[in-house]
Write a protein that binds this ligand. Structure first.
Ligand SMILES: [Zn+2]
Length: 404
């Protein structure tokens, strides 16, 4: 069965009104029309409605203040299996000069490359970007999970972080690998929990070194629901079935978040950046509770303006209340065209700036013909300069202990 057939069988063909002729979608049925053709099905994937709203369209070419993008992926592991990185070697997605062109155009002072890896891969990333263009690029290190079975792993891992810090790493990045992919025998066996005590020395050493831990836990709530006609991210999950964590022995979103919170509570001296709005953008009340509970927690907004911008009033209040705890991030990936919500290009940054700086209404949250994370549009939250300054760079500069 191909995707279209799946859509049909899932009952997702849309009714195209009462069009009698191919390609014609009437605005309304005319009075006195006697012949009423039966509704014609339309594949959801083909549906690209053009908004008829005439509303303000502000083009924000440059951010009001210089940006530190705390969440980008300039390189990634060259070898992984079942979602676990197994090699220090990196695959690079963009050269510094190529990236700097967009950065200069869009007022991006610095990019933080979270997936810098470890060992030789990390040293090479730091050399290619951070050392070649000081202040413009910062690289984070990652755990070497392939060593998990070594008897002294907790100490070995903590020492590896210390070494990475000496090699130039400015923080530690945790992918959702922890909690969703890493298993007792690395790629097989039962899942290792986020609060597994084997990682305690790793969290502690980050606190001692004064470097933040950028942590991605869980995923959008819809990824834990069946991929069916009730799923608000049906098309996205249908296009990427491996993104679903429904069933198959995966923990629930709540279990993952609780394990993360238990770990946060055990390490109050370590600073954590909860990526993707602390993986809770659909429920800002809960994110707020966590921010209140954990003073060592900040959050970024990467790849979640689609969520924030569809609840603009709640989002604006959230930014007002936690203006010192929210960091600008995009999840930008050079040449990541397959995922328009995170492709590193001019348009992506302009959308983020428009969301933060204007009160424009009903615009696309990603540079794509069809909204890639769900079929809705967003509204700007029109933040004042005092908050913009903190979100664009002040909060990140504090967490990275840099000045710009
Ligand atoms: Zn990311």
């Amino acid at each position: 069965m191909n995707r279209r057939q799946v859509l049909r069988s899932a009952g997702l063909g849309l009714m195209a009104g009462t069009a009698a002729h191919a390609g014609a979608i009437p605005s309304s049925s005319k009075e006195g029309t006697e012949e009423q053709a039966s509704p014609r099905p339309l594949n959801l994937a083909d549906y690209e409605p053009a908004s008829m709203l005439h509303v303000q369209e502000t083009h924000v070419a440059r951010s009001r203040f210089p940006v530190i993008d705390i969440h980008t992926h300039i390189c990634y592991s060259a070898k992984s299996r079942n979602g676990v990185e197994l090699s220090p070697e990196r695959t690079y997605l963009g050269t510094p000069l190529e990236l700097l062109q967009v950065m200069d155009r869009k007022n991006i002072h610095s990019m933080v490359n979270l997936t810098g890896g470890y060992g030789t891969g990390l040293s090479e990333s730091v050399k290619r970007y951070d050392r070649a263009f000081p202040d413009r690029f910062y690289t984070f290190t990652e755990p070497s999970y392939s060593r998990l079975l070594e008897p002294d792993y907790p100490r070995v891992q903590a020492e590896a972080i210390e070494q990475a810090h000496r090699d130039g790493a400015r923080g530690l990045k945790i992918l959702k690998t922890l909690g969703l992919y890493l298993r007792e025998s690395i790629t097989t066996g039962t899942l290792v929990k986020i609060d597994d005590p084997r990682f305690d020395p790793m969290w502690d050493i980050c606190g001692q070194l004064g470097i933040p831990v950028a942590i991605h836990v869980s995923d959008p709530l819809a990824f834990f629901k069946p991929t069916d006609r009730f799923n608000e991210r049906y098309e996205e999950l249908n296009n990427h079935p491996d993104w679903s964590f429904y069933g198959h022995g995966f923990p629930s979103n709540a279990e993952l978040i609780h394990a993360r919170n238990r770990m946060f509570a055990r390490h109050p001296k370590t600073r954590f950046i909860g990526l993707h709005v602390g993986n809770g953008a659909e429920n800002l009340a809960e994110v707020s509770e966590n921010l209140d509970r954990f003073p060592n927690l900040t959050v970024d907004i990467a790849a979640r303006i689609g969520e924030l911008g569809r609840q603009p009033r709640t989002a604006r209040r959230f930014f007002e209340k936690y203006q010192d705890r929210i960091l600008f991030g995009t999840d930008a990936t050079p040449h990541g065209d397959e995922f328009p919500q995170q492709v590193f290009n001019n348009q992506l940054y302009e959308i983020y700036y428009r969301f933060l700086e204007t009160d424009d209404e009903y615009f696309d949250y990603a540079p794509a013909k069809v909204p890639p994370q769900g079929r809705w549009r967003i509204y700007g939250i029109d933040l004042p300069e005092s908050i913009l300054r903190k979100v664009y760079n002040g909060n990140a500069a504090r967490e990275l202990q840099i000045s710009i």
